[in-house]
Design a protein around this ligand. Sequence first.
Ligand code: TYD
Length: 136
Amino acid sequence: MSLQDRYQIINFRECGDERGNLVVAEGEKDIPFAIQRIFYIYGSDDTVVRGQHANKTSEFVLINVSGTSKVRITDGKETAIISLDKPRMGLYISRMLWKDMYEFSPDSVLLVLANTHYDETEYIRDFNEYLALIEQ
Ligand code: TYD
């Protein structure tokens, strides 16, 4: 399967009116999995590279609910760079893709939804180990 079939940009529904904006993301509807976990990253800056791992079982949706950041994903052959720059934009990433998050704006709050509870043993944090696993 090519890289572009393994991630997806999601445009969430916006229920804005004169009072402001409201974005809806429901598990198994707007989000392509049942949400088991959320976490969010803030206080990172443009010198920081986060992520630098692949996950054996976790799928994620990343949303910059404030500010901006970039995400680089690769399957070891192809690479894609996605700018997260709108609160109503989500990036779905399937399992077993290597990912880096970087160029965080000072006001960046990166919300992450996952289909799993946290389990450090499903993280692959060595790129060569990742390449060896996907070539099996
Ligand atoms: P880490 O995986 O390094 O974050 P990132 O993907 O942004 O680079 O996680 C940072 C710390 O937070 C690490 O000690 C593990 C812990 N952590 C949890 O306890 N639960 C979680 O769901 C996540 C994502 C991280």
